[in-house]
Design a protein around this ligand. Structure first.
Ligand SMILES: [Zn+2]
Length: 105
């Protein structure tokens, strides 16, 4: 059981809830060289001989990049999911207009 954080209604027993992201921001993640450890499984053929590197520990780079980080989530009932999702879209559109407006001046 839970209380819907959108309509404040108390749910019935065993009624499923959903977590909806209502605030998020863009975050730039830095590149991290040799961040991912893994065991090699590749098989190489050279001059008719097979070289197995299976099980050998190697490292891969993490390229980094841009992604969303969650600021706030709310637990809502199934009826309130579209309403809660519309709120984040509306907020992001308003934020985008403010940024575009301040960029031009
Ligand atoms: Zn609700």
């Amino acid at each position: 059981m839970f209380q819907c954080q959108e309509c404040q209604r108390i749910s019935k027993p065993r009624e499923p809830s959903e977590l909806v992201v209502v605030a998020r921001h863009l975050h730039t993640f830095p590149a991290r060289p040799q961040a991912h450890r893994y065991k090699q499984t590749e098989v190489r053929h050279r001059r008719g001989r097979v070289f197995r590197k299976e099980g050998k520990v190697a490292y891969k780079d993490d390229p980094g990049g841009v992604g969303y980080q969650i600021d706030r989530e709310i637990r809502v009932c199934a009826q309130c999911v579209p309403k809660a999702r519309a709120r984040i879209l509306k907020r992001e559109l308003e934020d985008g207009q403010e940024e575009a407006g301040s960029g031009n001046t």
